[in-house]
Each structure stands twice: as C-alpha cells, then as structure tokens.
Design a protein around this ligand. Structure first.
Ligand code: SAM
Length: 250
C-alpha cells in the first residue's frame, strides 16, 4: 500500500507498506526495507549490518554508513548495538527525510549528513571509523547501479575508505555483480601497503547482491557467532536464513 508519495527534482518517491514492513522506492527502484516489529528487516538489508558482529559490539563503535536510503540498516544498528555512534551520508535529502519520518532514526543516536558521499569522504579528516558500510546506489534504466566502482580511478575509492578505517576496522560493501565483488576483494586482500588480511562474502541466492566483508585483523565465524549471541541473545541460525551463507576468502 502506498502511504506517501512525492515528485521532487525529476525523481519520483514512494513509501509503501508490505505487511509490517516499510519500503522506499525511488523511480520505481526498491531502495530500502525496514521491519520495526522484529529483529530482521529481511534480505539484503540484514546482510548489510549483521556482519558487524565480527567485531565485539560492546566496545564503543564508530560506524559510517554511506547510502542511508530509508535507514533500514542504521535503525537496526542503533536499536541493537547501543555502543554505536552512527553517521550516515546520503545525497538525497528526500531519503533522509523518509529515514527520520517513517523509520524514526533518532537525532540523538544518528547523525545524518546531506552530501555526495564520494566528495564527503575524500575531504573527511575527523576520527577514523571502526566500521564503514558502503551501500551507495542509484538507478539506471530501472536497475540499481553502484555509485562508484571499487576499481575506479585505480582503486582510489577503495584506498580512501581504507584510510578512514581504524587499524582493526571493518569494511562491509554491497556489490551487485561477481565482477565488482572480485575487484573489491582482490583490492582488499592484495593491495599494499597494509592490505586487509581477512575477508568474507555473504550471499542470499534470491538476491543478486554479494556483500563483501574485509578487515586487516583476522576474522572468524566463531567470533561472529559468539558476539551475535551475546549482543542479541540469539544464535546464528534463526538470524541468518539457511540460504544465507558466509564464504571465507582469506
Ligand atoms: C540502496 S539505498 C541504501 C539503503 C540503506 N543502506 C538502507 O539500509 O536502507 C542507496 C542510497 O545511496 C544513495 N546514494 C547514491 N549515490 C550517492 C552518493 N554519491 N552520495 C551519497 N549517497 C548516494 C542513494 O540516494 C540511496 O539512498
């Protein structure tokens, strides 16, 4: 059901409900899904935030989300990881409005910045982040496309993200093709100096998306399961569906 609609600057926006979920569409392309009544949003919007449990979430965690959309991933982090200090950047001020109004991102917990995230990160000189989620997408001919390829400008984007992470920092990136994922992973694991030493992908066969996770510190699935269980009081199996699979890359 459509509950809100707007035309702005040549774009068409819709907020719809599907059962208890809130969905954001721009130009008919599905950008976000948020379910407030349970732990999981469903699909790719969980695969974006659940890998943060590779880190111990009881320590203060500085989180940067590039691509806020309706704030589905940010809201779950803010609800389930009280130690998180979250900054979200999005180029679309209507999306930021939807995230505040319909998903209820709290101003005290989440700082939202209206900017082109590529320029913003190039110019950023504040404290490093423990976690950066790169989910920058726009739509082209009705399909979602990454706003910037990891291989662009000889890997400059990738190096910039790495420079803004703490030494133990974690990168979670949403890729829509195996080519993009391979390019990220080979950049992450092979680029010197201080290449990342550990990486996983997370996939759900019903979605095209491949979520890539990379870190300089070794990551283990045993840690992920332990941190998840202590933070959420849940084991891994009800959280990830049996079809969602982590694959170790290094
Ligand atoms: C798939 S949506 C993000 C969904 C979101 N992570 C969530 O959990 O709901 C992609 C977002 O990237 C934003 N975006 C695309 N290019 C951008 C850019 N250059 N700078 C900032 N935001 C950008 C779009 O406006 C859109 O809101």
């Amino acid at each position: 059901m459509i509950i809100w609609e707007r035309q702005h600057a040549g774009n068409h926006y819709q907020v719809r409900t599907a059962g208890a979920s809130i969905r954001l569409y721009r130009n008919q392309v599905f950008h976000s899904q948020y379910h407030g009544g349970r732990l999981l949003n469903g699909g790719v919007w969980d695969m974006l935030w659940l890998p943060l449990f590779f880190r111990q979430p009881d320590k203060p965690l500085r989180v940067l989300v590039l691509g806020v959309g309706a704030g589905a991933a940010i809201k779950k982090i803010s609800d389930y990881v009280p130690s998180a200090n979250i900054t979200g950047v999005d180029i679309d001020k209507i999306h930021l409005y939807v995230a505040r109004r319909f998903v209820g991102l709290d101003r005290r917990r989440v700082r939202l910045i209206h900017a082109d995230a590529i320029d913003w990160l190039q110019n950023y000189n504040g404290p490093s982040f423990d976690l950066i989620i790169d989910d920058l997408f726009f739509e082209h001919e009705g399909e979602p496309c990454r706003a910037i390829a990891f291989a662009a400008n000889k890997g400059r984007w990738f190096r910039r993200i790495k420079a803004c992470l703490t030494p133990n920092g974690l990168l979670i990136a949403n890729c829509v093709s195996s080519r993009e994922a391979r390019s990220l992973v080979s950049g992450a694991l092979c680029s010197l100096p201080s290449a990342f030493s550990s990486g996983y992908t997370l996939r759900e066969p019903n979605y095209e998306n491949i979520i890539c996770i990379a870190s300089r510190r070794p990551l283990t699935l045993a840690d992920w399961r332990d941190h998840l269980a202590s933070a959420l009081g849940q084991g891994a199996s009800p959280v990830l569906s049996p079809t969602q699979k982590f694959r170790r890359l290094a």
